[in-house]
Design a protein around this ligand. Structure first.
Ligand code: C5P
Length: 311
């Protein structure tokens, strides 16, 4: 029977700016997101019983209707008006959960692409983008991936063509005993900064334009030296989580790193390097201290594409 495999890569935020609040209660954001080559894998088998079943190699991860993969499958069935469609899905989980790396969102994006192909539904990329936005704020980015400016809740994408040549690499770390709830992080941000949030489309657009024309985007386009990275949620999360403070202090000690920041709502942290060899050397240097402090670590490269069907 035909089995399909889909890769679901993680992302990091090279920029996360909270602009203000939207009418729908979500935050209006201006971000630069980057796909990296740490990835989950989904294997899909068709079934004729109308059931969606999910199993995962990581015990404890919910595999019921609360999992975004199952929600993505059910949404596709409703849109196709074909309730008889079924699939057996196996998730091989490599991206840490609750880490600010969009692991769950990328799995959902992979389910949309994979099941669209498996069931021969023929939905267009634009139609899949629409479904992705219903599933979660980071899911639309995970479909094309690469390097993108992301506005709105995260679903308004503007692709950014990075400079040719060697792309940066990163040492990514995540404290094993720590995870962050995204609603909590945004809630704390609103409590602390809500009174100074920007208001109105004109003010939002000025900040979007500042990001498009600003030093980070220019540096990514030209392969030039990166400016310090901005993540507004880091200012909220860092004071509350000692493990984030400790991880940042460890990464900042690394010689030759181009920038250090938290990804998304955390708690994963990263240091950027000019190439993968330098990221691997940093991992080897810092490995024992990271391990002693309870951090897992990955040396990763940037990746130019989001979810991908394996040939
Ligand atoms: O869309 P997603 O499910 O990832 O969002 C999780 C939660 O994060 C939302 O319920 C909301 O509390 C917060 N959020 C937000 N503004 C965004 C994205 C997420 O306030 N742009």
């Amino acid at each position: 029977m035909l089995e399909l495999t889909v890769e679901a890569p993680a992302k990091i935020n090279l920029h996360l700016e909270v602009l203000g609040l939207r009418g729908d209660g979500f935050h209006e954001l201006a971000m630069v997101m980057q796909t990296i080559d740490l990835r989950d894998e989904l294997r899909l088998l068709p079934s004729a019983d109308g059931a969606i079943s999910l199993s995962c190699d990581q015990p404890g991860l919910p595999t019921d209707g609360s999992n975004l993969i199952v929600k993505a499958a059910e949404l596709l069935k409703v849109r196709a008006a074909l309730p008889e469609l079924g699939a057996r899905i196996t998730l091989f989980k490599r991206i840490p959960v609750g880490a600010g790396l969009a692991g769950g969102s990328s799995d959902a994006a992979a389910a949309l692409v994979g099941l669209n192909a498996l069931w021969g539904l023929g939905f267009s990329a634009a139609e899949l983008q629409g479904m992705a936005a219903r599933l979660g704020s980071d899911v639309p980015f995970c479909l094309p991936g690469g390097t993108q400016l992301c506005f709105g809740r995260g679903e308004r994408l503007e692709a950014l063509a990075p400079a040719g040549g060697t792309s940066p690499a990163l040492l990514l770390i995540k404290h094993a005993g720590t995870s962050v709830s995204t609603p909590w992080a945004y809630g704390r941000c609103r409590e602390q900064r809500g009174r100074s949030y920007l208001r109105g489309e004109e003010a939002f657009e000025r900040r979007r334009e500042a990001l498009r024309r600003g030093p980070l985007v220019q540096a990514l386009r030209q392969g030039a030296a990166l400016p310090p990275l901005r993540n507004d949620l880091q200012a909220v999360v860092e004071p509350e989580l000692p493990s984030v403070q400790e991880g940042l202090a460890l990464l900042r000690r690394l010689p030759g790193s181009l920038a250090v920041a938290m990804s998304g709502s955390g708690p994963s942290l990263f240091a950027l390097f000019a190439d993968r060899e330098l990221a691997l050397a940093a991992q080897a240097d810092l490995g024992p201290e990271l391990e002693a402090a309870g951090f897992s670590s990955w040396a990763c490269g940037f990746r130019g594409q989001g979810v991908m069907l394996e040939p």
